[in-house]
Design a protein around this ligand. Sequence first.
Ligand code: FES
Length: 569
Amino acid sequence: MNPLRSSQWFGKKGKDGFIYRAWMKNQGFPADEFEGKPVIGICNTWSELTPCNAHFRELAESVKRGVLQAGGFPLEFPVMSLGETLIKPTAMLYRNLVSMDVEESIRANPLDGVVLLCGCDKTTPALVMGACSVDLPTLVVSGGAMLTGKFQGRDIATSDVWRLTDGLRSNHVTQDEMNEAEAGMCRSRGHCAVMGTASSMACMVEALGLSLPENAAIPAADSRRKVLAQLSGRRIVEMVREDMRLSAILKRESFENAIRVNAAIGGSSNFVVHLLAIAGRVGVPLTIDDFDRFSEGVPLLANLQPSGKYFMEDLYYAGGLPAVMQELLPHLHGGALTVNGHSLSDNVARYRSLNTEVIAPLDQPVNPLSGIIVLRGNLCPDGAVVKPSAASPHLLQHSGKAVVFENIDDYKARIDDPLLEVDKDSVLVLKSVGPKGYPGMPEVGNMGLPKKLLEQGVTDMVRISDGRMSGTAFGTVVLHVSPESAVGGALALVQTGDVVALDIPARSLNLLVSDAELARRRAAWKPEPSGYPRGYVRMYLDNVEQAHTGADFGFLRGGSGSTVLKDSH
Ligand code: FES
């Protein structure tokens, strides 16, 4: 085994070693803890303000138990936590900030290996991005999804928030019913119980090979989640001894596996920006077109909301993600290495679908259409994404007149105006919700339909924006239009009444306006002043890249390794 990185702190003699150890001893650690044991950092996003991660102190205790059993020295440390439901203006604004917190916290401290405790949406990509830029042996433990919610004798979870809200607006649901649903939906610890972004991210890390098998789907409330955390604690100590770093796992083939798995599970469209950003940190070439290329031909196998019917709990009882990957194996790189030292195909060998209603066989999929389709055209020259499994079949090819909202406030002010000129064939266009425009690229792309159309029974319309949508949402929603309107992308030039032509099978999105007219509008276009003269948001605005490359900061691409360049002691 190579000398431990932590020995540069705890193995030192003289004044420096005295200082490094003496202060740590105030926590009651005996002297032999510092004598050559692998030091394992447990990077914790626990916070009572992040309800999806509020059980992580217990989870950390299980990881510690495993680390101790394997002869390691566990040290838990906090990083900024991102709770999707509470953080304003949007958690995505802070993903890159958390990644910086994680990167610097790992590098600056005497750690030999790291366990990342990830749960609510952005906490997974942020922690993985930061850890990638240091590249120590690293393993992910996800927090697990909530138990399925219960309401009036039926199952509910986050995707029902959209249905209930539309029902309330169209007077099909009462406020009393809303209150009842609110009490019954989040009835246990854990993150959203559908295949939203948090579950998509948990599946992403398992498909990438960064977690032990079954990590993605064990419910948060199931004792087997703690077992997995304890086993992960044992394994990370071995990984340090084997010097198995993130870069040994995160190869191009593991990214291709993750894209195909995301297609098979009907995973979140947010997966695109997060996987691109992670690839950028480890230097694996990955483009937005790869998401289309590698998900093409992969059908939807997991029948989970929002693309299907069931919930994360059902996925686990049907065999979990290993059973999905076993079914999907002909499309995967089975030889890809994973953190337990085994290949992906070895890991899934003993699994089978235990319920074909939930995990369908490859030759009888839930939907032959899945994955992420990347659109191009004069409205999105650098790309836009759409999730076909969440779209309505009758809108896959659609042309309609644009109803344009200049920003989210304009949308909120006018969407329910009875005088708004809009019908079921209109195309709703929302500007200024991209990475720089909002700023932070919020999840508002699945904008609610006009109240008067909801009352007529309309359930879906084509919606286009430079923002994102919640992984729990659904509809014919075109997202991540790039370049975004705030930097003068073609989206900025769309006017109400223009005809927009969407052809998802042909992968095109065009504004049917002449080049001469678009040039005239471009000449008259002026950017909005940002209104953020200082602080983190100023730094974000100056450095965030466009959605089609992952919306990371340009200066965070790549990594700086684990070496501390200057040592003041
Ligand atoms: Fe945390 Fe959905 S709000 S995962």
